[in-house]
Structures are given as C-alpha cells and as structure tokens.
Design a protein around this ligand. Sequence first.
Ligand code: NAD
Length: 356
Amino acid sequence: MTQAEKSKPIADQVRIQFGAGTRKTIAFEVSRLGASRALILSTPEQSDMAAEIAAKLGKAAAGVFCKAAMHTPVSVSQEALEHLEACKADCLVAIGGGSTTGLGKALAYRTDLPQIVIPTTYAGSEATPILGQTEAGVKTTLSDPKVLPEVILYDPELVVTLPVGMTVTSGLNAMAHAAEALYAENRSAASDELAIQGLEAFVKGLPRVTANPVDLDAREVTLRGAWACGTVLGQVGMGLHHKLCHTLGGSFDLPHAQTHAIILPHAIAYNARSAATELAPIAALLGGDNAGVALYDFAKSLGAPLALRDLGLKEADLDQATELATSKPYPNPHPVTAPDIRALLQAAWAGDTPVI
Ligand code: NAD
C-alpha cells in the first residue's frame, strides 16, 4: 500500500483504526468509551472470533451472543436484547460481516449503547446509520444516528479467512455502493471522490487478494475500500441496483453479496444509457467504453457468479421481480420501465453480457 493510500481522509465523527492485529486493542477501545461490560456479538460460524475477543476483554466481557443471522430478524434481536439486559452490558462489540453488524445496530437502536464493530467482510454496514430489519418475511429499512457505530476496527488478519468466492462477491457488493453513488441525485464532489477512492481500492485490491488470500497488505487495501464504499452508501441515495437487489433478496430470498455481484454490471450498463459521464471513472479504472460491460468483464475475471439462475431463481419469477422492482417510482438516472427491467433481469438470470 502506498503512503498516499494510507493518508486518505476518514470521517471525523467515527473512530476508525486500520491495521493487522488492531482487534487486540479491544480492551483499550471499550474503556475509552467509558464502558466496562461489553456484549460480544457474532454469527454461529464466527463464534471462535467472538471467543477470542471475550478472552482479550477478560472481566470487561459481560456476555457473548452468537446467533446473528442474515437480514437482521427481529426475533433474534429481541432474544439478544434479553441477553443484553440480563448481563447488564454497557457497550456492544460486533465481530463479523453485515449480519452481525446489523444485530449490533438493532441493539443500539433499542438501547442507544455505544458500538465497536470489527468487520470481517466488505459489506460496509459498519460505516452507515442504516438498519434493515426483517419481521414476518418483510424487510424494512430505517436511518437513525443512534445506529451509526462509534468505533470501527479494520483488522486485515480477520479477513484472510473469508473464502475467495465470498471475498469476490463481498467486494463487488461494496463496489455497488460506490458505483451508484456516482450518479446519486444528492451526490457532491466529496462523495464522488470517496466513491472513486473505494472503487479504485477494489479494482487494485481484489485481484491481489484472490491471487493470495493471506496477503495482509492487499487485504488492508480492500478494507480501506470497504470503509470508503460503506461511508458513501450512508451519505447519498441509491438507485436501480440497490432496488433490484432489495427485491431479489427480500422477496426471493437470494443471498445478499452474490446477488449484488450479479446485478451490478447489468444495473450500471442500464444507467450508463443516461449517466455515461458520471460513470466514466469506472470505465477509466477498469478499461473499456461502457462501465457496465467493464464491471461484467472484471467480475468474470475474478470468477464471480454471473447468473441469477445459479442462485436458484426460476425464470418464471422474473415477471414478478420486474413488477415488484417497478411498482413504485424512485430516483434513477435512466427511466425505469417494466419492459427494460424485464430485459435486464433476463440477461442477469442467464449470465449474459449486459444489455447496453
Ligand atoms: P454475512 O455477515 O451474512 O456473512 C456471510 C457468512 O460469512 C456468515 O456465515 C459469516 O459468519 C461468514 N463470514 C463473515 N466473515 C467471515 C470471515 N472473515 N471468515 C469466515 N467466514 C466469514 O454477510 P455480509 O454480506 O457481510 O452481510 C450481509 C448483510 O448485511 C445483509 O443482511 C445486508 O442487508 C446487510 N448490509 C447492511 C448494510 C447497511 O448499511 N445497513 C450495508 C451492507 C450490508
């Protein structure tokens, strides 16, 4: 990583630390918040990471709750809240991907306790005040300052265990936030700069981490990209890409990062019809004339999944997906019409090159 990459600006309202082994400062970070009883959160699969943090905290670990799940089910948050009250926790430590971060945010929303997040994927949720929650099969999203974590510890040593396939899809998930930020209605020069910084980190870093998953320098480059892409997601509105992924994840239960990875080139090619100038930085970073096609070629070169049918979506579901994604208007640079979205989804379902 170059010195220039290391010295890029970071948000001042959140304390952010990067570096191999930075998770080991957890006891200092908890006491710095004026707290002494942390509840540590993870998924069941990452309970060993939670146990390591609990051991580092010693007496300052009030409890461990390892049942975080995708899309933040309210039932899990309620169970965690009971655990939090029983162990009298005064701060939250979430170690994991977007699912664990989501659980920490759900608890902070209900208690206003401070949060320390130790991200292990590139989803970027740790850098946003956004909380998505699922109840009775319906996912709703809110934005509240209480939800924004106070501290983020980006430790590249924790991301080396992320399987290569998940590394690629999670990285493309992060890039999707930055790509849509480039044409957001409420974008600014600062958000553009941050988005390009995030995209560049993944364009450079993803080929390196897929070639050598234990390259800590390359992992840190990608974590810095995750921070930039997540931060810009919290700053500006998203468009067609996030709408399609929300629909496919919420109504057809498709996996989060993989769905983002497949839809991204198609949504960007669609919007390049009206926002080629705004999307030019992507074409410039990846090479080629069309940002969407360039993203498709990049994803393919990394071995990303390309077809929604490989995620289990049926061709017969495409009409309903089109209807759901086009029923309510939302800001998007290119007009959203049902026939055009149906054609986009058909290409994404089959894994074809994006329609331009
Ligand atoms: P995830 O957190 O669900 O993780 C996927 C799986 O990978 C889990 O089993 C997890 O334990 C495992 N895993 C994570 N990191 C690992 C590592 N380093 N090594 C080994 N295994 C690891 O997946 P995600 O894509 O990070 O998060 C998806 C969720 O985040 C979705 O619910 C999505 O809606 C949410 N999200 C929210 C925001 C926001 O701003 N609110 C932003 C992005 C994503």
